[in-house]
Design a protein around this ligand. Structure first.
Ligand code: PMP
Length: 448
């Protein structure tokens, strides 16, 4: 890649005239992005960054995939605009494909994940005639008022009390059972406690439970094998719908179309975005079961969006899903995911600061600690630390684009990453972990 002559000015103008997400503006330090290819993107100084943070947008098929780009261009040439109430070929095609891969019936299209969750919650309320939605504390569902309130993590704090009717429960976080006790106890407790909450709230008041298929930005929380079958049965017992937010975990990230497909259950509603187009165009979807679809045959769907079903976004999605199949991308994820898991386990053995590693497909995290026995986090919840900053600075110096949050270091590359690229990025993580161990004054334990 070549350096861009006006890079510094462009960054300055961005800072002067636009607002950046989730930032104290004066502390933002944006990278000037000018292009990309496969697992790399390029900055204005002519650097190629290895993208290890692809889950944030889910550039699953890699940067600038020619087939997705071509489909977008073709659709622009053919027809760029159709309002939300028109029938189009791309709308039919994508609806049909989503029904096929999820086992559900009909899709309502949105512009992204937050709106998908807003509409899913609204549809669940309309369908059940009940008001409350159960969500989990360690979750993120979006940044609009409703989806932000539904999120359990600290990002919701500034908008509280938010929208009424959200009831929160604890997560299947086996590394840190929230009530203390053993992981085995909590494997049972994390379900029985939800039943207790349902009973105390009144089952007849609860429309749905909204969960991330596998929790993403709150630390890749992978539930015990029987969690979803038991949860599905529990919700069925009380007529409560299961809404599965697959915005981050869906569309190949874990090696399947939906993360919940690993557990053999079917949600009533799936929400998705990101990996639906690999981030090429803004698009989300609410995909509902045949029962819910049937309900809306003779009940009003109270909702609509000007850009719902925008043909260019739909064309990007269709081409993107085709690439997953043509290039056997999910198989690649499963193969490479095994290799990634082995390397993460070895890192856990080798470095004093690695307390836990969690991984499924190319969706993974290292949970960093000051002490493996006490599990004291390397940075406090909702905070940072010099050690985490050291790791971040090292990865940045190697041009590995990584997402670190609190005491979690995520590893989520584009799904098309090669083994060599993955290993190169992981080597940079290892160098950073060695620096952290050194900083904590601990020699690496149990050399691999
Ligand atoms: N749900 C989950 C699980 C997410 O990770 C995100 C985005 N990070 C959203 C919803 C919100 O999606 P969007 O930013 O497209 O509105």
């Amino acid at each position: 890649p070549e350096a861009h002559p006006d890079s510094a000015q462009i960054i300055q103008d961005n800072r002067d005239y636009t607002l950046f997400s989730w930032s104290v503006q004066q502390a933002t330090n944006p990278i000037h992005m000018v292009g990309g290819k496969g697992s790399h993107f390029f900055d204005g100084d002519g650097n190629a960054w290895l993208d290890f943070s692809s889950q944030l947008i889910n550039i699953n098929v890699g940067h600038q995939h020619p087939k997705v780009l071509q489909a977008i261009k073709d659709q622009v040439d053919q027809m760029c605009f159709a309002g939300p109430s028109f029938a189009t070929d791309v709308r039919a095609k994508l609806g049909k494909k989503l029904a096929e891969v999820t086992g559900l019936a009909k899709s309502f299209f949105t512009l992204g994940g937050s709106e998908a969750n807003e509409n899913a919650m609204k549809m669940a309320r309309l369908y059940t005639g009940r008001d409350k939605i159960i969500t989990r504390y360690r979750s993120y569902h979006g940044a609009t008022m409703g989806s932000m309130t539904a999120s359990g993590d600290p990002r919701r704090w500034p908008v509280e009390p938010g929208v009424p009717g959200i009831v929160r429960v604890f997560d299947p976080y086996m590394y840190r059972p929230p009530m203390g006790g053993s992981a085995e106890d909590w494997a049972d407790g994390c379900i029985t406690h939800i039943e207790e909450v349902i009973q105390m709230e009144g089952p007849h008041t609860i429309a749905a439970m909204l969960v991330e298929g596998i929790t993403g930005s709150n630390g890749i929380i992978i539930p015990p094998d029987d969690y979803y079958p038991r949860l599905r049965a529990l919700l069925d017992k009380y007529g409560i719908l299961l809404i599965d937010d697959e915005v981050m975990s869906g569309f190949g990230r874990t090696g399947k179309w939906l993360a919940t497909q690993h557990y053999g259950i079917k949600p009533d509603i799936v929400t998705c975005a990101k990996g639906l187009t690999s981030g090429y165009m803004p698009l989300g979807a609410v995909i509902v079961s045949d029962k819910i679809a049937e309900f809306f045959e003779d009940h009003m769907l109270w909702g609509g969006l000007t850009y719902s079903g925008h043909p260019v976004s739909l064309a990007a999605a269709i081409a993107n899903l085709q690439v997953y199949e043509d290039e056997n991308i999910f198989e690649h994820v499963n193969e490479l995911g095994e290799h990634l898991g082995k390397r993460l386990e070895a890192m856990k053995r080798k470095y004093a600061c690695v307390g836990d590693v969690r991984y499924i497909g190319l969706f993974s995290v290292l949970e960093l600690v000051k002490d493996k026995k006490t599990k004291e986090p390397l940075a406090p919840f909702n905070g940072s630390s010099p050690e985490m900053a050291k790791l971040a600075a090292h990865l940045k110096s190697k041009h590995v684009y990584a997402f670190l949050r609190f005491n979690w270091a995520f590893v989520c590359p584009p799904l098309v990453i090669t083994k060599e690229e993955l290993d190169a990025g992981l080597d940079a993580y290892e160098e950073g972990l060695a620096l952290v161990d050194e900083m904590m004054g601990k020699a690496a334990v149990g050399a691999d």
